[in-house]
Write a protein that binds this ligand. Structure first.
Ligand SMILES: [Zn+2]
Length: 701
């Protein structure tokens, strides 16, 4: 590691508990942070890893409205779902907290009051959008409109999810209320602002001067462009009845801005962790570490001691909050350390399009876990090899299949299995003795050491994609070694040499059981079981003497299994189906027509008739010529339904028919009425039929 810190505090972006989270979120912040933390733990570092559900902000009550339930029910539902998925995917948080917890409300209010009492917040009355019909101010996500930067017609009042710009509601073109669809009006309201512009000089020194070389180019670039563009005061409160109450008199109906309280969630999670440990309710997940006499105040050095390295793992849409706004809050509050790095990732796209839950174009964590039980590591691997570290990347199901079949099964799994099965076959499942090393053996040992060193350097530099490639390279070296030395052939002539080859191969497996742990924790566990060892530390993993001769191994079993084409095809179909479904659901219903009188309605003579015959009309794609028994007469109706029904499908069917519509000529034929149809959002037509057969000529009213 470049500089050794006394302790490490790692945060992963708080997932927003307004809905399921998809694999793009995993690739953005979660898998990389977990790899990094597991790596630090394997180096015996003092590390605390915190995360939790972000449960405030306008999108929560908005979602409650959609699901016809309460905000509390929404956060309970999605917090439980996200928590469960993270556990199954091996996310090794020391604590997964919730911002709805009391300790978080208290911590956020303390920090708000700290700034307020120092006179660092400005109180301003301003005009804000108000929905007359719903009688509420429209904060952030209650308001949508066209993004002034990229013309996305559905940008939110605080952010455009397409281009990642942070916005204020007044910047939106054609704003509308998400509650009623109304155009909102401007109305006066009082709020407390953080004057970000006062910190420009300080930010410039901290980011632009001090972190020019160690922050990622995409992160540094975003920060620089914000600072260069000039910062604006930002309201830290909202008019809303869901969230953390503003702890001031005369602040009725006002809550803290969700981006004020959410990052403070990292602090309250750390506080909660140490409180729980002090009460003996929880232990560190780091097995090597033993904390004695922990008090609830022991969270403090993690946030306040300069010897702590603080790293925020986030996606690119969160950079501004973690590099500009939250650091300003911490700096203004005083006594807090700042992040040493914010290694934010770009976005991961899916099969050629942006990933989006609301558009049905995503792979939700819980769906993956349901469809691929017992395969969390396959997803971790497929994401790690494809992380959007420097630019947007793309997940495809074919690539997922290929990473599994061609790398995890064919290289990694194949190497382990060969070495273990051969040991079982020739040496009664015991580690054989190692004799004199040949050139090929020494080459292997050297290459292993080199690859492992590169791997460590990549992890130190937050280059997880590269680190993953080095990890697989170690398995590849082992696989190549067995293919070249062919111990199964030597078994006829030179069993001592076979022993040496398998001994070295088993040492690689022992080494891999440590090295793969950050990347593929479930596989590492299986490996340790197969070679019958508890745990090894990273520093011991560069040795080739991890397993002693005669050490008894367990029965070999397969680590990975092939994923067949039909499984992948089903996933691709599921994806396109769900996109279609969401497109339909998201299309607006045609607005109501102007009011009519009862007399207007009763002028229409609608009957149930039976279609006696139907035929296509020459030179027309759309028309069918129908003969309909109306109960009064048999008449000809020209109907534009040929693209939806074949003649055979509708002959004999009962339909609703408007019989007193003035006749008119269509394609030279007089049409004497109109068949009534239900037209779905996608334009599909359906006949309007009585739910049971009635006599022809029955009236419809
Ligand atoms: Zn935009």
């Amino acid at each position: 590691m470049s500089k050794d810190f006394k302790r490490y505090l790692i945060t992963a972006a708080l997932p927003y508990a307004n809905g399921p989270k998809h694999i793009g979120h995993l690739a953005g912040a979660y898998i990389p942070s977990d790899v990094y933390v597991r790596y630090l733990r394997s180096l015996d570092k003092d590390v605390v890893f915190v995360c939790g559900s972000d449960e405030h902000g306008t999108a929560i009550p908005n979602q409650a409205l959609k699901e016809n339930t309460t905000s509390q029910a929404i956060i309970d539902k999605y917090d439980a779902q996200i928590r469960d998925c993270f556990k199954k995917l091996g996310m090794s948080f020391d604590i997964y907290h919730r911002t709805s917890e009391q300790i978080h409300h208290e911590t956020s209010q303390e920090i708000f009051l700290n700034l307020y009492n120092k006179g660092l917040l400005t109180e301003e009355v301003s005009e804000q959008y108000f929905d007359d019909k719903a009688n509420v101010f429209l904060a952030d996500r209650y308001i949508v409109g066209t993004c002034p930067k990229c013309a996305n017609p559905n940008a939110y009042g605080d952010q455009c999810e397409r281009c990642g710009s942070t916005l204020s509601p007044r910047e939106l073109i054609n704003p509308r209320s998400t509650l009623t669809g109304n155009s909102p009006v401007l109305k006066e309201t009082k709020h407390w602002y953080l004057p970000l512009q006062n910190y420009e000089g300080w930010l410039s020194d901290w980011i632009l001067k001090s972190h020019k070389d160690d922050w990622k180019v995409n992160v540094y670039g975003q920060c620089k462009s914000w600072i260069d563009a000039g910062l604006q005061p930002r309201a830290m409160t909202r008019d809303l009845d869901w969230g953390i109450k503003v702890p001031l008199p005369n602040a009725e109906g006002k809550v803290l801005y969700v981006w004020f309280d959410a990052p403070i969630g990292y602090i309250s999670a750390t506080r909660a962790l140490f409180k729980e440990m002090a009460e003996g309710k929880q232990k560190f997940s780091t097995p090597q570490r033993e904390f004695k006499n922990i008090t609830a105040a022991d969270w403090k050095p993690y946030w306040q001691d300069k010897e702590t390295k603080l790293i925020h793992f986030v996606g690119k849409d969160n950079i501004v909050f973690h590099c500009i706004i939250f650091p300003i809050i911490l700096h203004a509050a005083g006594d807090y350390i700042l992040p040493d790095n914010v290694p934010a990732n770009e976005f991961m796209n899916l099969e050629g399009d942006k990933m989006s839950t609301s558009r049905g174009w995503s792979i939700e964590m819980h769906e993956y876990l349901e469809d691929f039980p017992g395969k969390p590591d396959v997803l971790r691997y497929a994401l790690l090899t494809n992380l959007p570290e420097t630019k947007d990347s793309e997940f495809t199901w074919r690539d997922f299949q290929s990473k599994n079949n061609n790398e995890l099964v064919a290289i990694f799994g194949n190497f382990m299995n060969r070495a273990l099965v051969l040991t079982q076959k020739y040496f009664e499942n015991k580690v054989p003795n190692r004799g004199i090393l040949h050139q090929v053996d020494n080459d292997l040992v050297n290459q292993l050491g080199e690859t492992q060193a590169f791997l460590g350097m990549a992890l130190d530099g937050y280059r997880f994609r590269e680190a993953t490639a080095h990890m697989m390279q170690i398995a590849r070296l082992g696989n190549k070694y067995l293919a070249e030395t062919e111990p199964w052939k030597l078994a006829k002539t030179d069993m001592e040499r076979v022993g040496t080859i398998l001994n070295l191969s088993l040492q690689i497996i022992a080494r891999l059981s440590v090295i793969v742990e950050p990347f593929l924790p479930f596989t590492a566990q299986k490996l340790r079981k197969q070679i019958n060892i508890d745990s090894l530390s990273w520093s011991s993993a560069d040795s080739v003497n991890l397993l002693r001769p005669n050490h008894l191994l367990s029965e070999p079993s397969l680590l990975f299994e092939k994923i067949e084409d039909d499984v992948i095809n089903a996933q691709i179909k599921k994806l396109t189906d769900s996109k279609k479904e969401m497109e339909l659901a998201n299309q607006p219903v045609i607005p109501a027509k102007a009011e009519i009188s009862f007399d207007d309605f009763s002028k229409m003579d609608i009957r149930v008739g039976t279609i006696l015959s139907a035929e296509r009309v020459e030179k027309s794609k759309k028309l069918l010529k129908l003969n309909v028994d109306t109960g009064i007469d048999h008449r000809t109706v020209m109907s534009g339904i040929a693209e939806h029904f074949s003649p055979e499908q509708i002959i004999g069917k009962q339909v609703s028919i408007l019989i007193n519509l003035a006749p008119r000529k269509i394609m030279g034929v007089e049409s004497q009425g109109m068949i009534l149809m239900a037209e779905d959002k996608d334009g599909t037509l359906r006949l309007l039929q009585p739910n049971e057969i009635v006599s022809a000529g029955s009236t419809v009213s």
